[in-house]
Design a protein around this ligand. Structure first.
Ligand SMILES: [Zn+2]
Length: 104
């Protein structure tokens, strides 16, 4: 169901083969923070990750739904192909997943 939503909203061709909801639910994504699509600087793969507002260099009172991707900073997260923690560059804030979690 998210796949369909995503294909409408996103122009990212890579997203067509992915299930963002499943990625977000995986332990690799983390358990707290804002769901973002991020690219690993080590291997270049794109995954859903959770990053805290602090990690993204945003004020803690900001509504995550209003974040501009361009304002977000790289954050450290584990990448298994890279064998440990690497830097990830946010490419999109997944507001659809965010709103789904809030029950909106
Ligand atoms: Zn990697």
């Amino acid at each position: 169901m998210f796949r369909q939503w995503w294909s409408i909203v996103s122009s990212d061709s890579q997203a067509a083969d992915r299930d963002l909801e499943v990625e977000l639910a995986s332990a690799d994504a983390g358990t707290v923070g804002v769901p973002v699509d991020a690219i690993c600087v080590g291997c270049g793969r794109i995954r859903v990750k959770r990053a805290s507002l602090e990690e993204l260099n945003q004020a803690s009172h900001v509504d995550p739904a209003t974040l501009e991707t361009a304002d977000l900073t790289s954050f450290k997260h584990v990448c298994h192909p890279c064998g440990g923690a690497t830097w990830w560059n946010p490419v999109a804030v997944l507001t659809g997943l965010l709103e789904s979690e809030r029950g909106e």
